[in-house]
Design a protein around this ligand. Structure first.
Ligand SMILES: [Zn+2]
Length: 478
């Protein structure tokens, strides 16, 4: 029990640390922006400066509909929202809110004659929910939504996105008496023997990440309290009431209750946005294809391997420390891996790209399925808060687990980074390829230490050699 409490404590600490960091890793051009759930396309784009998002003053006026005045002499911006008056000054970490000084983490900046404000501060000071939705590289602003559960108002943040409404998970857990726990890629809500599982929104279920904090769909709140939710007229209040007090029974068939399927919304992705383009490209994603029967690779004269360098061309992938680009890293590693594999006559190597081009995810899958490949590997670099680091490997189908385990063991050994373990996810390329398929996230280019090594040619060679060793071993044993 003590251990359990300690684990929760550590978890909360990290959650807190992540929220405070609240950084992003996308470039401004990839960003989608939602105001009250609607996508907007401001002429002056937000900027990412030192991994923090800044919005131009014109955005506050035109998109958020607030009154804004600019004093060129004092270089200060006055924002009026409802009855609030906020004064922000370029390069000053002191803001005035209704005449009272407030210390800011980041100061407004001037770039090419335009003033930019830290978006989080604008959200906070104007009473707007402002957040960064990691799954779609989106900036989300909306007027606050209040949640009332069984007559009791709950302190929680609600974000409106193109994927629906999400609410901060920890606040709902606290209000409903559930404990939250992360288990591989899923989020568990536990109350006694009642265990609810939520998968990532890009997967089959529904939680997402805003400002590195978990958010869950509003519909899931209904499920947690076994109630039904309804909106007031202007959608500023969401009430969950219990329709039937007797329905609070626990299924005897087992503690795991999957999220209801009506919560599973198709995910619409812009294929030109970076990190997410590895997930899915269309909203009419095909159902997982039946897997080809496993063929013993050790007995095969030729083993065909499709090697996929993540991103490319118009899709830079994640942007790292010193503006390093994921697409360059993945290509460098993949070219070295292909050289290794080509030295072994047993391997027939097919690259999805060997230059700075952008094959679509559908193209990449088609190349592998048409070959048909015996093995598929997609190479990526990860992104996250500056402190996030380490190596992880993903697979989708059970038949790929052994392949993932084997390659991961070699990969972790050569990177020397934190072992973030083998995980499951339904990234498009590993979900829709029919052979054993994995996706490796070698390290975090948003982490200074990982990034430094990952940009080094001899490190990239080590990574390629490690993956190669993993593939060789897997082919011998299977
Ligand atoms: Zn990637």
């Amino acid at each position: 029990m003590k251990k359990y409490i300690a684990a929760i404590g550590i978890f909360l600490f990290f959650l807190f640390a992540m929220v405070v960091l609240g950084v992003v890793s996308a470039s401004a051009s990839q960003m989608q922006i939602y105001v009250n759930g609607k996508e907007v396309h401001p002429a002056a784009r937000p900027q990412v400066i030192n991994q923090h998002v800044f919005i131009p003053v014109s955005f506050v006026k035109d998109q958020m509909g607030m009154r804004v005045a600019w004093d060129g002499k004092l270089r200060c911006v006055t924002i009026r929202n409802n009855n609030k008056k906020i004064v922000l000054t370029v390069n000053s970490k002191i803001a005035k809110v209704d005449g009272t000084a407030k210390k800011l983490d980041e100061a407004p900046v001037m770039l090419q004659g335009r003033t930019y404000l830290p978006f989080r501060i604008v959200g906070e000071l104007t009473g707007t929910e402002a957040g960064w939705l990691k799954e779609t590289d989106s900036l989300v602003f909306n007027s606050p939504v209040h949640i009332v559960i069984k007559g009791t108002p709950v302190t929680a943040k609600v974000y409106r996105t193109n994927k629906g409404y999400f609410v901060t998970a920890k606040d709902i857990a606290a209000a409903t008496g559930y404990k939250m726990k992360q288990k591989s890629a899923s989020l568990l809500f536990i109350k006694g023997t009642d265990v609810r599982t939520l998968h990532p929104v890009n997967g089959k279920g529904g939680f997402a990440t805003v400002d590195n904090q978990w958010v869950i769909p509003l519909a899931f709140v209904d499920e947690l309290v076994k109630g039904s939710g309804s909106w007031n007229a202007d959608k500023s209040i969401y009430r969950v009431d219990k329709p039937n007090l007797n329905s609070r029974s626990i299924s005897p068939s087992g503690p795991n209750k999957p999220a209801p399927s009506n919560m599973i919304k198709p995910v619409v992705h812009n294929p030109s946005t970076s990190q997410d383009s590895i997930l899915t490209e269309t909203n009419d994603e095909p159902a997982p294809s039946p897997l080809l029967p496993a063929v013993p690779l050790s007995g095969k004269e030729k083993v065909t391997i499709v090697v996929d360098a993540g991103h490319g061309g118009k899709d830079t992938g994640a942007i790292g420390v010193n503006d390093t680009r994921e697409k360059d890293f993945t290509l460098a590693v993949v070219l070295k891996l292909a050289d290794d594999l080509k030295k072994e006559p047993k391997f027939n190597v097919i690259l999805t790209r060997d230059g700075d081009t952008y094959p679509t995810l559908t193209d990449r899958v088609k190349i592998a399925n048409d070959a048909p490949a015996d093995l598929f590997i997609s190479v990526h670099a990860n992104s996250g808060p500056p402190s996030a680091n380490g190596t992880e490997t993903y697979y989708y189908a059970d038949q790929s687990k052994g392949y993932a385990d084997t390659v991961h063991a070699h990969l972790v050994q050569v990177t020397g980074f934190t072992d973030r373990k083998v995980k499951t996810a339904d990234f498009y390329v590993i979900k829709n390829t029919k052979m054993p398929s994995i996706l490796v996230e070698v390290g975090f280019i948003t982490n200074a230490d990982n990034n430094r090594e990952m940009m080094d040619d001899s490190f990239q060679q080590k990574v390629a050699d490690g993956i190669y060793q993993g593939i060789v071993e897997y082919c011998q044993d299977n």
